[in-house]
Design a protein around this ligand. Structure first.
Ligand code: NDP
Length: 279
């Protein structure tokens, strides 16, 4: 019998070399006995659509999408889940076997973040949250964050306009939450319960110009970025007494949700987290 080629999946982004998604999906594949190939694809900043098209022609069946292509991925889909539609950003693409068939897009970032915050026992209801960044990742996590009814959610972005647009898009979901926007350098110098860094500044080791007074004794700081060492943002937070957590757990949880969408099997995540810490 001829050997069937393995189904092709991957993560596409720029940069993408840092991504642990290939390790995670290979671990899930081993755990569930599903044969697949999962690779990291570096797309030129102006070449996302053609890189996706080449992947599909080569037999690709699904892609995770990372920085900075989530909005382009959204635009490329003919069909989208409700949560992707709401977010205006797609991090999971599903391709039918027929290369001319409709592309389906979903967004698993919100589920990933919420599951990881729960894993770390971080409460959200009635809390004061600062969300830094207004890109694809922020769009993906806003609806699930608001569903937890924080008291206040301030979105601060380098380009204030983008943060303001984001609050306008989600204001109808802010039932018990004061949802506001400001520029990164206009954040009020008062403490928050939870500060989430959804900017990509940590990827280039860039320090965010934030007042130290954002941090109080109980502040938890969550950087969606991750690496072998604590990120520059986590180091700043720890130096001021905050509990600092990186985005590796979120990555594993959002990957598990993508894996479920592609293969119909929900992998177990607890055993995969420590494997990644060792790499
Ligand atoms: P986008 O490119 O869509 O958005 C980037 C955001 O970062 C924008 O708000 C941008 O601001 C801001 N930004 C970039 N550089 C700087 C800087 N030097 N100083 C201040 N702000 C900056 O990226 P994503 O939203 O897709 O991803 C953001 C981060 O979240 C990345 O680090 C990514 O790796 C991480 N992530 C992690 C996940 C996980 O599972 N752990 C899942 C999703 C994302 P402006 O609008 O002004 O340009």
């Amino acid at each position: 019998m001829p050997i069937q080629p393995k189904a092709k999946y991957g993560v596409i982004g720029n940069p993408v070399g840092h991504s642990r998604s290939p390790l995670i999906h290979r671990a899930f594949a081993e755990q569930t006995g599903i044969a697949l190939e999962y690779t990291a694809i570096l797309a030129p900043l102006d070449g996302f659509v053609s890189a996706v098209s080449q992947f599909r022609i080569a037999g690709g069946r699904g892609l995770n999408v990372t920085v900075p292509f989530k909005a382009e991925a959204f635009a490329l889909c003919q069909k989208r889940s409700e949560r992707a539609q709401r977010a205006g950003a797609v991090n999971t693409l599903i391709f039918p076997a027929d290369v001319r068939g409709d592309v389906f897009g979903d967004n698993t970032d919100g589920v990933g973040l919420l599951r990881d915050l729960a894993f770390h026992h971080i409460p959200l209801q009635g809390k004061k949250i600062l969300l830094l960044g207004a890109g694809g990742a922020s769009r993906g996590v806003l609806a699930p964050l608001l569903a937890e009814h924080p008291a206040c959610l301030l979105i601060a972005n380098r380009r204030e306009k983008t943060a303001t647009a984001l609050t306008a898009d989600f204001i109808d979901l802010a039932h018990n939450t004061q949802l506001q926007a400001c520029a990164l350098n206009d954040i009020p110098a008062e403490p928050f319960d939870l500060i989430i860094n959804a900017t990509s500044a940590s990827l280039s080791d860039e320090h965010l110009p934030l007042p130290d007074s954002l941090i109080a004794t109980n502040t938890v700081v969550y950087d969606m970025a991750y690496g072998n060492q604590p990120t520059i943002f986590m180091r700043w937070a720890s130096a001021h007494g905050a509990r600092a957590i990186d985005g590796l757990g979120m990555l594993v949880e959002q990957a598990a949700e993508s894996f479920y969408l592609w293969h119909g099997v929900r992998p177990e995540t607890q055993t995969v987290r420590p494997i990644l810490r060792c790499r």
